[in-house]
Design a protein around this ligand. Structure first.
Ligand code: DLL
Length: 435
């Protein structure tokens, strides 16, 4: 018998899952059509009515939703319920114009936490575990999501949030944490810090880690497993679909089971929007089947991956997604924060700089680094190093306000950034994030 939180759903036969999806989809379409004017307009434009959607296969008839729609409809335009019925908002890790604000009713919170509870039980979590949650708490969904899941499982929950690594290690050792939840890069950093303090992997009581919110490789998994002496599991999600827990890895560690009773997944060709057959690589699209307050239908995640229904040894029957293999837009995830190059360009132009810049992302000692080279206009040149340094500092401050993370800015001489003959190469990502 495997580790399940809700075996009757997680191991349900295919026909039963499809029956659940059919029923929920019909209800959800009605709910959205009646309550979300923005999406009703999209459906009307496409000439689709709720009664045209009878089974999950009919989902293809529905229009897609994109991040641009979320921006258009910001903040309340996609609300499916009265505000008085909402109890929480969460938001994406990026900031400013690109921020996504998601709303939750109590039902939505319960559903989300249930998904996270499934993820914790899948890695062997029980009410005897001490679960250290070091994802960020606050607007970011990582901390609140795993915190809620951990409560549902009955673990002793340590709501640490991220950062303050000395304190993380002290609590981990003193309270005997057995499960750790954080970004994979922070897990790697904690592993290094433990070694620096003279701890060996067997000195801690950790058995499993639940890591996500950013891309990470199999090599990184092996290295974290070694440094912390644990099994490292992947977890996926996005603010738009509640947060972490849309899918999670089981003991097989070969991809993440999607909670198909709550989220219907499709893979599409990002250029044509055509639905691709199982096993083909493309953009992941989610329909939330029973979310009330923020009920996105056919939402394009921009994450590129593959789905498989191959039988899993854990007994779960829910479809598995591969690790995301890239994005169909230009979003970067740097230290767990979503960053768009356009945000950087906006700051440069606002601050009176040229749009000739290059963004260099790297990973040093398991931590992402962000460097931005910016060309000065001839009249901005100065012989005084202190002038240039002051300008760089001011720019770094403006970037930090916009992005939520601090880059290193380097002002360089006019015409020193290589011009491209085709599309400008704005981003150089030296991290080897995808297998
Ligand atoms: O990162 C939610 C989350 C929190 C997931 C904690 C897992 C753990 P956002 O800030 O909205 O939400 O960013 C969502 O992050 O579209 C992916 O591109 C990326 N992402 C999330 N999980 C993974 C993962 C949270 N396991 C965006 N592997 C998504 C690779 C991931 N990328």
């Amino acid at each position: 018998m495997g580790n399940y939180y809700q075996p009757e759903i997680e191991t349900a036969p295919r026909e039963q899952i499809i029956a659940i999806q059919n029923e929920k989809l019909q209800k959800q379409i009605k709910h959205v059509y009646e309550n979300v004017e923005y999406y009703r307009n999209l459906m009307d434009e496409k000439g689709v009515k709720p009664e045209d959607i009878k089974t999950i296969d009919d989902i293809k008839k529905l229009p897609f939703l994109t991040k641009a729609d979320l921006r258009d409809a910001y903040p309340y335009g996609l609300l499916g319920t009265d505000l008085k019925d909402c109890v929480r908002i969460q938001s994406t890790s990026g900031t400013t114009g690109k921020r996504v604000v998601a709303f939750y009713t109590q039902h939505d919170i319960d559903l989300w936490e249930e998904c996270c509870a499934r993820a914790i039980v899948a890695v062997g979590g029980t009410n005897e575990d001490v679960c250290q949650v070091c994802y960020g708490y606050g607007l970011f969904t990582g901390g609140p999501g795993l915190n809620g899941g951990s409560h549902k499982v009955g673990c002793l929950t340590l709501p640490m949030s991220s950062g303050n690594t000395d304190r993380q290690i002290q609590f981990m050792m003193d309270l005997g944490s057995t499960i750790i939840c954080c970004t994979p890069s922070y897990a790697a950093f904690i592993g290094e810090s433990l070694a620096e303090k003279g701890y060996k992997p067997e000195d801690n009581k950790l058995k499993a880690g639940i890591f996500g919110a950013e891309p990470w490789t199999e090599e990184m998994r092996q290295s974290i497993q070694k440094s912390l002496g644990i099994k490292a599991y992947d977890i996926y999600g996005l603010t738009e679909t509640s947060g972490p827990g849309v899918s999670f890895e089981c003991e097989e560690q070969t991809g993440m089971h999607i909670n198909e009773d709550h989220f219907y997944a499709e893979i599409i060709d990002p250029d044509t929007g055509e639905v691709l057959p199982e096993g083909e690589k493309g953009e992941l699209v989610f329909t939330a089947l029973d979310k009330e307050a923020f009920p996105l239908l056919r939402y394009r995640t921009r994450d590129i991956c593959v789905l498989t229904r191959k039988k899993c040894s854990c007994g779960r029957t829910h479809v598995k997604m591969s690790k995301p293999m890239g994005r169909s837009d230009d979003m970067l995830i740097i230290r767990g924060v979503n960053v768009f190059p356009s945000q950087i360009e906006t700051v440069l132009l606002n601050e009176g700089y040229t749009p000739n810049y290059q963004i260099i992302v790297d990973r040093k000692n398991n931590t992402d680094t962000l460097d931005i080279n910016i060309e000065l206009a001839p009249e901005q040149m100065s012989d005084k190093v202190s002038d240039i340094e002051a300008m760089e500092k001011a720019l770094e401050g403006a970037m930090r306000t916009m992005l939520g993370i601090g880059p290193k800015c380097h002002l360089v001489a006019p015409k020193s950034i290589v011009r491209s003959e085709g599309k400008a190469v704005r981003v150089i990502d030296n991290r080897k994030l995808h297998d």
